[in-house]
Design a protein around this ligand. Structure first.
Ligand SMILES: Nc1nc2c(ncn2[C@@H]2O[C@H](COP(=O)(O)OP(=O)(O)OP(=O)(O)O)[C@@H](O)[C@H]2O)c(=O)[nH]1
Ligand SMILES: [Mg+2]
Length: 611
């Protein structure tokens, strides 16, 4: 008899504890030795995931509970990586919907739940972090029912089981305060309420590739769900490509999942999830089927990107000093490679050979790609993120978001004013009487660019924001841009403390002393709205005269550390972020001060005014 299988994905808003729950499930499934040391959030295995403490890529694992094999997909909760979740849902028959018992459902909870309900997947509700002192599980459960109803859940779907967990200590309760000390109630619930996979092991082979992975030993791996039939090692099968053509291939190596390992298998039956090695050129969404009797599956369809950024070769005077890959050919090849695994991304040509338009789901998704590229040795420049605008039947439309801002009561006025200037419309305000309020806005996606950093400044770091794509709306017209100009270096050289000391009162510096700069590089933010050219290389004049002011100690304010994300949020239309393995610099598109137009938005504003 074959082993019973259950396939689940864990879905939630960012940070609600998915990866931590997987840790506990792995530990309690007896996959590790008793005394084996485990790192926390073990599934967050890539460098950027560990550094940032977030999941970026969906990943598979599997455990055994009693006789049942449970395949688990851990998914990312940040909305920019929603494409990963959409694919993961194709692999499973049910979902664990985690909700933080204090925060309650947030925009990404809504997004992933909506996708899961549309795919007719059986949900199990898991209220996590019940140990938080501010946990309010009963109220949160009510909010979850409201959300289900709002999403038009069927009667069946509304009848979901609920568990209460502390993922950190690995405990699940059926009722709050019952005497459970393990995750056993959760395992039991999965086996009881998630339907076993359908599909006949003797039917025509039907497999869909939903993810790609890479292993140092095996090279490229296609991760796929076997929907029907049995995939056997050594057999000839057909790959149904995305363009509809059929390509015969021989399956040489098969693996199934077990904890963090992959076990080599002779055959994998309908219902299970398989990793296939050695299939050249296979892509996400393609299916594998019988060669003589092909019955390909529909390709995966996922949501369209909403944000675009131009990636171009580095043309700054320092180009090629710090990176290994600098040509447009390098850039093109790297972006094409990315498209193979990152299916929610698109790349389009621009009018010029050296620049590409990269489309994604959000600033973070693109920032992660840029960060990965610079670590691999690439140099490039990126322009200001822009929202995709569609024209349908002569009507211009743009994406609209649901935005939730959670902040202390004292900042309500400031937040409303800021969002008003970005064409946000308040829909709802809820006061939990904890000193904080939660406000819901409807706002064009354009209004979100650069919003996070400005909101954090305006609310002294206390505001939390979450957003969700709601749909498309009529183009809302011009929107307020960055209200400040830049402090721009007027010549090449090395920055000098004395010069910075003279400039710093004008705004906020991005560079400290001893930094090599070039003409047109941005040294800081001007407090006023226009750009100002500054000489940051000016040495103090040597004099024989002693004067009290000349001896005055130079006190420098530490420069603002412009991380990649901050730099991307900061730049205006006429500026670039220059990215190399060692540096992140900001610059004007036109470096030569004499040739540089005034800031484009001013020019545009004056044109608008005169027309
Ligand atoms: N107090 C408490 N903290 C928890 C619990 N579960 C998770 N956490 C903490 O919550 C934070 C986020 O946990 P993760 O497991 O990374 O959350 P995630 O849902 O995987 O996050 P993303 O994958 O980035 O969406 C970590 O600091 C965890 O230690 C819990 O039950 N109680
Ligand atoms: Mg995670």
């Amino acid at each position: 008899m074959t082993t019973p299988v259950r396939n689940i994905a864990i879905i939630a808003h960012v940070d609600h504890g998915k990866t931590t729950l997987v840790d506990a499930m792995l530990r309690q499934s007896g996959i590790f030795r008793e005394n084996q040391e485990l790192i926390t959030r073990v599934m967050d295995s890539n460098d950027l995931e560990r550094e940032r403490g977030i999941t970026i890529l969906a990943k598979n694992t599997a455990i055994t509970y009693q006789d049942t094999k449970i395949n688990i997909v851990d998914t990312p909760g940040h909305s920019d990586f929603g494409g990963e979740v959409e694919r993961a849902l194709r692999m499973v028959d049910g979902v664990l919907v985690l909700v933080d018992a204090s925060e309650g459902p947030l925009p990404q909870t809504r997004y992933v739940l909506q996708k899961a309900l549309a795919a007719k997947l059986q949900p199990i509700m898991v209220l996590n972090k019940i140990d938080r002192p501010d946990a309010r599980p009963a109220a949160v459960l009510d909010e979850i029912y409201d959300l289900f109803i709002d999403l038009d859940a069927t009667e069946d779907q509304l009848d979901f089981p609920v568990l209460y967990t502390n993922a950190k200590t690995g405990v699940a309760h059926r009722k709050i305060g019952d005497d459970s000390t393990t995750l056993q109630p959760l395992f039991e619930q999965i086996v009881a309420s998630i339907p076993p996979p359908a599909g006949d092991p003797k039917g025509i082979l039907q497999i869909q590739v939903t993810n790609l992975d890479y292993s140092d030993f095996l090279g490229r791996l296609a991760i796929a769900r076997v929907f029907q039939g049995t995939l056997k090692r050594g057999t000839e099968v057909a790959i149904s490509k995305l363009d509809g053509t059929i390509q015969p291939t021989k399956i040489t190596k098969l693996f199934t999942f077990r904890g963090l390992e992959r076990d080599e298998a002779e055959q994998v039956e309908a219902g299970d999830i398989v990793a296939i090695a050695g299939v050249e050129g296979i892509q996400i969404g393609e299916s594998i089927t019988d060669l003589a009797n092909p019955a390909p599956l529909e390709p995966l369809v996922i949501d369209e990107p909403t944000l675009t950024m131009v990636f171009t070769i580095n043309t700054s005077p320092f180009a090629g000093r710090e990176g290994q890959f600098v040509t447009s050919r390098d850039l093109r090849a790297r972006l094409e490679k990315e498209l193979l695994t990152n299916v929610s991304l698109r790349v389009e040509d621009t009018g010029t050979m050296d620049a590409f338009r990269v489309l994604g789901r959000g600033e973070l998704q693109l920032a992660i790609l840029i960060e990965t590229m610079r670590r691999e040795g690439y140099e490039l420049m990126v322009g200001k993120p822009e929202i995709v605008v569609r024209t349908e039947n002569g009507r211009r439309t743009e994406p609209l978001e649901l935005l939730i801002v959670d902040c202390p009561e004292s900042f309500i006025g400031i937040v409303m004013e800021l969002l008003g200037s970005r064409r946000g419309e308040m829909k709802k305000m809820v006061n939990h009487h904890s000193g904080r309020v939660r406000m819901e806005f409807s706002i064009p996606s354009r209004g979100l660019i650069g919003l996070r950093s400005q909101l954090l400044t305006d609310t002294r770091g206390t505001a939390l924001i979450h957003s969700l794509l709601e749909g498309w709306t009529d183009y809302a017209g011009d929107m307020a841009m960055r209200p400040t100009g830049a402090l721009v270096c007027d010549r090449a050289g090395v920055s000098v403390a004395y010069a910075i000391w003279g400039i710093q009162e004008r705004g906020e510096m991005f560079v400290g002393p001893g930094i090599e700069v070039y003409e047109g590089m941005i040294a800081g933010e001007n407090a006023r709205e226009d750009d100002m050219n500054v000489n940051i290389t000016k040495e103090k004049k040597q004099t024989n005269m002693r004067s009290s002011s000349a001896d005055e100690a130079i006190r420098l304010i530490p420069p603002r550390d412009m991380t990649l994300e901050k730099a991307i949020e900061f730049i205006a239309d006429d500026e670039y972020v220059e990215v190399t393995p060692k540096s992140i610099r900001l610059r004007k598109k036109v470096l030569d001060a004499k040739k540089r137009p005034k800031r484009w938005q001013e020019i545009r504003a004056s044109v608008d005014a005169s027309s």
